[in-house]
Design a protein around this ligand. Structure first.
Ligand code: GDP
Length: 339
């Protein structure tokens, strides 16, 4: 396993490093240190959390200079194959790629993103790529925050193309959508059924649809799907950025259509920057994350408050017995928390 895949992800952190060492290592593009810093970001231990926050704070001025791309699609659509082909092509034109995965279902499904160690082998072995699976066994909110923070660290380490990958099954896309500049939806050839299988909200969020596996005996179905999706898109409200959502065909396996997708992304980035929409986009992302961070931190403090932990247990029993209403219980708990 390439060393930047960080085999120690779930183990105890090794010898502690100073914040200074972390920050210098990250700014020097040291992938080992970057991986360890992300492990710190993922840690639930309060002392690790504190150090992670310091590192993020110091990396923040060096972050932001990237294109943040969300890629989603159902398992088997070809996300890892696509990211591999696409990523290598970007690296060949001088980019540095970081791939972060969000897979809140990984614990249950035994890791539809994480489990398969052979994913993106070429990319994983490339010195200009950094691949990081999502932290397993965590609630979506936690994973989303950690991914958002990892983006900052990757940018500070010099990665200028950040790919956030999710399994297109629902809620995680909303979190990803709020942290990326462009959202690419990968679909399979053969419209109708798939269109119904994909949650309406996800299609609405997409800045581009790419129909993968447009090769061999699926090519015709893919062409037909393209027309159907294009028509279907007319039924949706216009993209919130005023961007005309393109539908492209590609074959990750045969490296077909990838250059065209990169051209669309370049064009998008150029026009967003020319229209000053890019800064607005980033501002919106930051606003969203301010509120999210507040929500998360308040929840954490609340549910870890020793008195709340004790009382909540009792009130839960009372609510079950019907001797207290859930509303009264909530009100009491908030009162305790505020004192
Ligand atoms: P993921 O689960 O979305 O990451 O999908 P994978 O990248 O693991 O691909 C699932 C399967 O589809 C693998 O067997 C791939 O070889 C195959 N596959 C991926 N992209 C293509 C493609 O463009 N054409 C064809 N024919 N097969 C593909």
């Amino acid at each position: 396993m390439p060393k930047h895949l960080n085999p120690n992800r779930n183990n105890q952190l090794r010898k502690e490093l100073s914040t200074q060492t972390y920050v210098e290592g990250i700014l020097n593009g040291d992938r080992g240190i970057l991986a360890r810093a992300i492990t710190l970001v993922e840690s639930r231990k309060p002392q690790n959390r504190k150090q992670a926050e310091e590192i993020i704070e110091r990396c923040l001025p060096h972050s932001g200079n990237s294109f943040r791309l969300g890629i989603t699609g159902v398992p088997g659509v070809g996300k890892s194959s696509f990211i591999e082909t696409f990523g290598i092509q970007l690296i060949n034109s001088g980019h540095h790629i970081a791939v972060l995965a969000i897979d809140p279902s990984s614990e249950k499904s035994r890791g539809s993103i994480l489990g398969d160690k052979t994913r993106m082998e070429k990319l994983a072995a490339n010195e200009n790529a950094f691949i990081r699976p999502s932290p397993a066994s965590d609630a979506l909110g936690g994973v989303a925050r950690k991914t958002r923070e990892s983006i900052i660290l990757c940018e500070a380490a010099g990665y200028d193309y950040i790919i956030v990958e999710t399994v297109g099954v629902g809620q995680s896309e909303i979190a990803v959508h709020s942290m990326v500049d462009f959202f690419l939806l990968l679909l399979l050839p053969g419209a109708g059924d798939e269109l119904q299988g994909i949650k309406r909200g996800i299609v609405e969020m997409a800045d581009m649809i790419a129909i993968n596996k447009a090769d061999g005996d699926k090519l015709n179905a893919a062409k037909k799907a393209k027309i159907e999706y294009k028509n279907a898109l007319h039924l949706y409200p216009p993209n919130e950025k005023g961007w005309d959502v393109p539908v492209n065909l590609c074959s990750a396996l045969h490296s077909k259509g990838i250059t065209e997708i990169i051209e669309v992304l370049d064009h998008y980035l150029r026009s967003m920057k020319e229209n000053l929409q890019f800064d607005q986009l980033r501002e919106k992302q930051n606003q969203y994350w301010l509120i999210e961070s507040l929500n998360e931190s308040l929840q954490f403090d609340f549910f870890n408050h020793p008195e709340i932990v004790k009382r909540l247990k009792k009130y839960k029993a009372d609510v079950s017995l019907g001797s207290m209403s859930p509303f009264k219980a909530a009100e009491e708990l908030i009162k305790i928390f505020k004192n």
